[in-house]
Write a protein that binds this ligand. Sequence first.
Ligand code: NAD
Length: 370
Amino acid sequence: MQTFEMITKMGHEQVVFFSDPSCNLKAIIAIHDTTLGPALGGTRMWPYASEAEALEDVLRLSRGMTYKAAISGLNLGGGKAVIIGDPRKDKSEALFRAYGRFVESLNGRYISAEDVNITVDDVEQIFLETNMVTGVPLIHGGSGNPAPYTALGVFRGMEAACFKVFGNRELKDRTVAVQGVGSVGFELSLLLRDAGAKILFTDVSEENIKRMKEACPQAQFVDVNEIHKQACDVFAPCALGAAINDQSIEELKCRIVCGAANNQLKEDKHGLELKKRNILYAPDYLINAGGLMNVSIEFEGWSDSKSRRMIDKIFETTLDIFKVSDEKNIATNEAADFLAEERIESIKKIKTSYLGNVLHRFPGRKNRMQ
Ligand code: NAD
């Protein structure tokens, strides 16, 4: 497919390629939709096999951010960036500062943050050149590590799913199988532990398994290939995407799928497959939006309580999605898309009227009302 064809097909507004050979920077920033506000999304660094692969990734990811911001009630658009390179070899101060200068040149249309292989230290260097970056260290007035906030959102989504399936939001005595106890999975497990849930967990990292055993001694370790097969109330994918696929879906013995991982459904059709099996799916891009909500308030002055108050609303929004799914008899992932698109379209409509300020054409002339 030709580049413009790809961009048009997915509905992007702008895709910008940046290059600075002096520091080996090759970056693409994709701005998908700014109806609701500036496009906010993280920067990913990855040794893509080809430029086409990098472009495809940034287009897909930025579109996902539009939906995530819209469903979360944020006044933000969707954007994402990729830096083509090997994070182990190609990172340098010059590269991140050059990148920051390019972000600045977009005049606030795109706001960056951490994503895969981009650390808080990298963000600190981007921040030297532009204010249009979030996930800045606490010491600079930023919001720091997003994982506890992402986990809180997943927990609220899980409460909503329990409310729908069991008639109350309590996690006490519910069995939750957590796949992956990395940054978010671990924080989620702490919330589950404190709520009195029974935790089953797995991971491939010895270090993270050890940390989990120390923090949650009651939690039971399960083999990595067995976790999704456990008889449980909730299966919580918190590692990689595509946890729900043709094979795993046949082996699930849970009532709810609700976790932090992005793109949990290998294909959209798996949402409907879950519905047919009477397994309630809490759509990933809403319930893992706590991290985005957290960084979104950096510009107005971040505070822990403001962030948590915002994230708590994921409970109600998740219930709204379940309601639309029931009313329209569609899968919950489709219901989430429906509500996100509906919000964007409704805001687009109110922007059609001209508001009557022509003074920008006559810079010297004062408004008669002044
Ligand atoms: P992470 O890398 O800290 O944790 C992932 C964990 O999964 C690691 O402990 C890793 O060892 C483990 N893992 C890898 N392969 C596995 C396998 N096959 N089976 C079981 N465990 C396996 O990442 P994270 O920041 O916790 O993010 C987890 C997921 O949540 C990702 O999909 C990420 O995109 C998504 N997410 C994260 C955030 C955030 O705030 N960090 C926000 C939104 C979405």
